[in-house]
Write a protein that binds this ligand. Sequence first.
Ligand SMILES: Nc1nc2c(ncn2[C@@H]2O[C@H](COP(=O)(O)OP(=O)(O)OP(=O)(O)O)[C@@H](O)[C@H]2O)c(=O)[nH]1
Ligand SMILES: [Mg+2]
Length: 204
Amino acid sequence: MIKKPSFLVSNTDYKKCPSPNRPEFAFIGRSNVGKSSLINMLTNHKNLAKISGKPGKTQLINHFDIDGRWYMVDLPGYGFAKVSKSLKSDWDKMIREYLTRRENLTVTFVLVDSRLDPQKIDVEFIYWCAENAIPVVLLFTKADKLSLSKTNANVKKFIGAMEEMFEEAPEYFITSAQTGQGKEEVIRFIEENVEEFYTAGQNS
Ligand SMILES: Nc1nc2c(ncn2[C@@H]2O[C@H](COP(=O)(O)OP(=O)(O)OP(=O)(O)O)[C@@H](O)[C@H]2O)c(=O)[nH]1
Ligand SMILES: [Mg+2]
């Protein structure tokens, strides 16, 4: 259970992010996929992370403090067609540097819209993460929008595409910010990793 979440700081540079002395969990995915909404759902907050119906709302690396024990990070989305080329390359540099160099980044949650067939941009991004040894867990979003069977069929298709690329598909959870689906499972997963971070630290 998350008790006390609070917004800490926004940055464009990973070097200025808070001290890397706690485990960190980042949320990324296409613009509008529901990253900020999911952060609010997981933290039981209406507006901890800013949400918008228009894609491109989140523009910075946003750190949230969770119970003084770990960080949650809301990132800007990729694949928003309306941004200029220079803005896109700024995004690329900021995010790719953050993901590859942030030493305490424990897991990167890649959010995927559960309504869609596998999208090239998501598959390519996940492939890039694998090439760079960034640990990825998939979160399928907006599961309230389709029937259970349709959602499951889409998830199966996506995982099938992953299995064609990798020996093992990434771990995944099916979520809805609207209904709270997946909340307990995702929080439990995070808490297990937080626990491991601190016990590994004690043994070294
Ligand atoms: N029905 C439904 N709508 C959702 C869900 N999650 C997000 N939305 C809606 O999707 C839109 C985008 O949500 P955001 O959380 O702002 O998405 P984001 O990925 O943070 O977007 P950017 O910051 O622009 O990259 C908003 O209109 C949300 O209300 C969900 O689980 N179910
Ligand atoms: Mg956002």
